[in-house]
Ligand binder design. Structure first.
Ligand code: UGA
Length: 438
């Protein structure tokens, strides 16, 4: 193991905290830098500021080794050989494009401390061309350093697994030396047989947004099929299973429902469209506009089913919403379809009570006016309708017979096609699911 390299990680959010802890677990000395003192304090104590299965234990363990440290002081990166830039690239406030403020300032902040031969490695998701622009910036302000791009494909809920045993490593480099440094960092992962892909800088940046666009397309494709199934009297769950047996199609990411959310897929496809337009390739990505529209329509379709089941006027009804996060095993509520639906129903006058195993506090921070409950049965009690919007395991384990005695009327809408329809129907429930004819 090449543990003689020292690494820095700039930006200790989801991506950075995971990367820092995982690199430390490979034996490297790692210094994580973040501008948020509260986050840095927590991480330094070995406490994770967000929920991610397995990462809490790994972080605590690595802090104890002394190899992993966090600070708000950029000068602490001075001794490092490789600097991973892991800051966020959110959607800009005034359009579809990505906001590159944090990436640019991260590189500018570390520049004065870069030693001779240091390698700055971008991991953030950026519009194609950003790496080249940063390289040109470095030539001016820190010519002793080089730059590479190494996109990250980790999924929330599987962050540690995806970092330490990824299905591929992609590096965008301008020369052999940069590639070799990255090989030295990732040698233990390469030794597992992980495919290694060397690309130029723009291709490496594009691989990331292309992958997320493809995943978003798969989800919207199946949700479009769900719409057609509803119109034609079909069942999208059977359709997905049937097409998924063709290995060219594959059965993953064909779960129809209320669609994709989170901090990545929605903003990445929008930023990709915006960048393509700047490059004069707008037409090539026009289809992503439709992918986005299908995705947002799924949320509206659930609200239509609710109104159909209850009434146009929702003011007299209590609706129990199961799930606030954008997916299970995460406390992330960024662009969460579940929370968006809950907000819209609340705005329409319904009495909405939201449950989530991990996401209540982050959701409450965003929407303090909504009602949340920590006890799922309390939330469900007296409701006129249950909306199942995030497929946490504990919701699949609910006993429809028992909760049937708690509600006012036995109506449930499965927004994730994850519950056992027969089980609920046999217990006397009116059960709807997106893309499945009743
Ligand atoms: C996504 C990608 O999957 C990662 O590879 C990528 O690294 C990451 O974005 C990123 O760019 O950082 P993540 O946002 O954690 O990861 O979530 P996904 O597992 O991709 O799920 C995204 C959304 O799609 C969720 O809201 C999920 O509920 C929804 N989804 C997923 C469906 O509606 N149907 C499916 O079949 C699968």
């Amino acid at each position: 193991m090449s543990t003689n390299l020292t690494l820095s990680v700039i930006g200790c959010g989801y991506l950075g905290a995971t990367h820092a802890a995982c690199m430390s677990s490979l034996g490297f000395n790692v210094i994580g830098v973040d501008t948020d003192p509260e986050k840095v304090e927590m991480l330094s104590r070995g406490e994770l500021p967000f929920y991610e299965p397995g990462l809490d234990t790994l972080l605590a363990q690595e802090i104890k080794t002394g190899r992993l440290n966090f600070t708000t002081d950029f000068s602490a990166v001075a001794g490092a050989d490789v600097h991973f830039v892991c800051v966020g690239t959110p959607q800009s406030k005034d359009g579809l494009a990505a906001d590159l403020t944090y990436v640019k300032s991260a590189v500018a902040e570390i520049a004065p401390f870069l030693k001779e031969g240091a390698l700055v490695v971008g991991k953030s998701t950026v519009p194609v061309g950003t790496a080249q622009a940063l390289l040109e910036l470095l030539v001016k302000i820190a010519p002793q350093a080089d730059l590479a791009w190494n996109p990250e494909f980790l999924r929330e809920g599987f962050a540690v697994e995806d970092t330490l045993t990824p299905n591929r490593l992609v590096v965008g480099v301008a020369n052999d030396r940069a590639e070799q440094i990255l090989k030295d960092v990732y040698q233990p992962i390469i030794d597992l047989g992980t495919p290694w892909i060397r690309a130029d800088l723009p291709t490496a940046e594009l691989v990331k947004v292309a992958a997320n666009s493809f995943l978003a397309t798969k989800i919207s494709f199946i949700n479009a099929m769900a719409e057609v199934c509803e119109a034609a009297g079909g069942d999208v769950t059977i359709l997905a299973k049937a097409i998924g047996y063709d290995p060219r199609i594959g059965n993953r990411f064909l779960q129809a429902g209320i669609g994709f959310g989170g901090g990545c897929l929605p903003k990445d496809i929008r930023a990709f469209m915006a960048r393509a337009e700047e490059l004069g390739a707008k037409q090539a990505l026009e289809f992503l506009r439709e992918i986005d529209a299908i995705n947002l329509r799924a949320r509206q379709r659930v609200i239509d089913v609710v109104r159909n089941d209850l009434s146009e006027d929702l003011t007299q009804y209590k609706i129990a919403v199961l799930g606030a996060t954008f997916k299970p095993d995460s406390d992330d509520v960024r662009d969460s379809p579940a929370l968006d639906i809950a907000v819209q129903l609340h705005a329409a006058g319904a009495h909405v009570v939201i449950h989530d195993p991990k996401g209540i506090e982050p959701a409450r921070k965003r929407f303090p006016n909504l009602t949340f409950g920590h006890d799922v049965l309390e939330c469900i009690k007296g409701s006129d309708l249950i909306l199942h919007l995030t497929e946490w395991k504990e919701y699949r384990e609910l006993d429809p017979k028992i909760i049937g005695d708690l509600v006012k009327s036995k109506i449930i809408i499965d927004g994730r096609n994850a519950l056992d329809r027969e089980l609920w129907r046999n217990a006397g429930w009116k059960f709807h699911a997106l893309g499945r004819t009743d």
